[in-house]
Design a protein around this ligand. Structure first.
Ligand code: PLP
Length: 423
């Protein structure tokens, strides 16, 4: 290679100066994305500060923070993947879009399990709930729009809404019952409201919103849509719709409101969030469905970069659809923990669905109490970063050994908190 010329050297110098001058981050990342990621959600601030979250992986720690698996996958899960991993033709592992086999599987399951009639062509396979939500937000929302979320919200909503360019507007659920506060929702709707996200069963409260509540919500959304001369959409996050206790009915709000997207993912039911599959379903009442179908397909095929579940997950879906984690066992763990914690003096209501129990913190400062539990080796998610101060969340996906070992520690922390103020 020849020696650099004077011109080359000059160029290098200029490049160096440019690098020093400009802030590389702002230069590389688009202003829209920068704005979205610079926005600190309460949970991202917490993760940034909380040292004890990094300790939860220490040997012997009892981690109840997230809905992670602490047991082996459901019987049949591995067999289904093994069976469908064997190619049946040359194109088995070729590019896959919304496979007709998976769409019809979902359509049949929605009819049988939820009583919903949704045509296969109105079902769009996604890499789990989160991608379904992102697609809906990309379609509906942009700069200047508002998206209503009920808080405590699932930890991902705020950041996702900012990514779309819109602004989240939080409306608290009712303090006593954790039910939707329809009056508060109604007074938060403006001409800028583009959509509302409803999550039932609700993470983290475990509340299932009743048919009556969802019907009233539909009525008020219809009134507001008429008032503002444009539809307010409903995005229904139904990721926990099959994790319900005491055989409670879990109604889909999409039954009552035409401008609805039903979003689901199998992560929870299969207890295997690493094997991604889920869907968006459009109810038959949704107006302008043809246009929405096209938009979803464009986003799946290009903007999100061939964003479909893997061939394996789609082919295996007819078998996977029949499987579920053991709800009876989950309910047994719920009842066991509710009884034991209540006897220790903790205040809590049994959850109606989801993986979670929401417990009142004995200290007003829930983060301090979570730190106290952590000092005993028990890790829970405090309420403040989940936007429900004064509580902490326990995941019932913990196994029985973890629960047995944790109970004396919950008791010791409760007793300590009763006689000592937070440090
Ligand atoms: C309410 C809610 N929505 C969405 C998700 C994301 O689910 P998925 O793994 O299907 O993307 C979760 C995960 O915890 C959740 O709790």
């Amino acid at each position: 290679m020849s020696d650099p010329t004077q011109e080359d050297k000059q160029q290098v110098l200029q490049d160096d100066k440019l690098k020093q001058k400009s802030n590389l981050t702002t230069h590389v990342i688009s202003p829209r994305l920068l704005k979205a990621i610079e926005y600190q959600t309460p949970i991202s601030e917490f993760y940034g500060k909380a040292t004890y979250m990094s300790r939860k992986n220490e040997p012997g720690s009892l981690d109840f923070t997230l809905g992670d698996a602490h047991e082996m996958p459901s019987p049949g899960f591995v067999e289904a993947l093994q069976r469908w991993s064997v190619p049946q033709n040359q194109g088995w592992y070729g590019y896959k879009g919304n496979l007709w086999e998976s769409r019809t599987t979902v359509s049949t399951a929605l009819k049988e399990k939820r009583g919903l009639s949704i045509a296969p062509e109105d079902i769009f396979m996604t890499n789990g709930t989160v991608v379904g939500l992102a697609i809906c937000l990309q379609i509906l929302a942009g700069e200047g729009d508002e998206i209503i979320i009920n808080f405590p919200p699932w930890l991902g909503y705020r950041r996702m809404i900012h990514m779309s360019g819109a602004t989240p507007v939080g409306v608290p659920v009712k303090a006593e019952t954790f039910d939707l506060d329809l009056e508060a929702i109604s007074s938060s709707l403006t001409e800028r409201t583009r959509a509302i996200i409803i999550n039932s069963p609700h993470n983290p409260t475990g509340k299932i919103f009743s048919e009556k509540t969802l019907q009233s919500l539909a009525n008020l959304l219809t009134d507001a849509s008429v008032r503002y001369g444009q539809p307010i959409y409903l995005i229904s996050d139904e990721t926990f719709s099959r994790i319900v206790f005491d055989n409670r009915p879990c109604t889909s709000p999409t039954q009552f409101y035409p401008f609805s997207f039903l979003v689901y993912g199998y992560s929870k039911t299969l207890m295997a969030p690493g094997q991604r599959i889920g869907y968006i379903a459009l109810p038959p009442t949704m107006p302008e469905r043809e246009q929405i179908r096209k938009m979803i397909s464009i986003l799946q095929g290009s903007s999100f970069g061939w964003c479909f579940p893997s061939a394996l997950m789609q082919y295996a879906l007819p078998d996977l659809e029949k499987l579920s984690l053991n709800i009876e066992h989950l309910q047994y763990k719920r009842d066991w923990m509710v009884k034991e914690l209540r006897e220790m003096g903790y205040k809590l209501q049994p959850s109606e669905g989801t993986f979670f129990l929401l417990v009142q913190s004995p200290w007003e400062d829930d983060c301090a109490f979570a730190e106290l539990l952590a000092s005993y080796g028990v890790f829970v998610l405090p309420g403040t970063p989940q936007e429900i101060p004064g509580y902490f969340r326990i995941s019932l996906t913990a196994n029985e050994d973890m629960i047995s070992l944790s109970l004396p520690k919950f008791q010791a922390a409760r007793e300590y908190a009763a006689t000592n103020p937070p440090e």
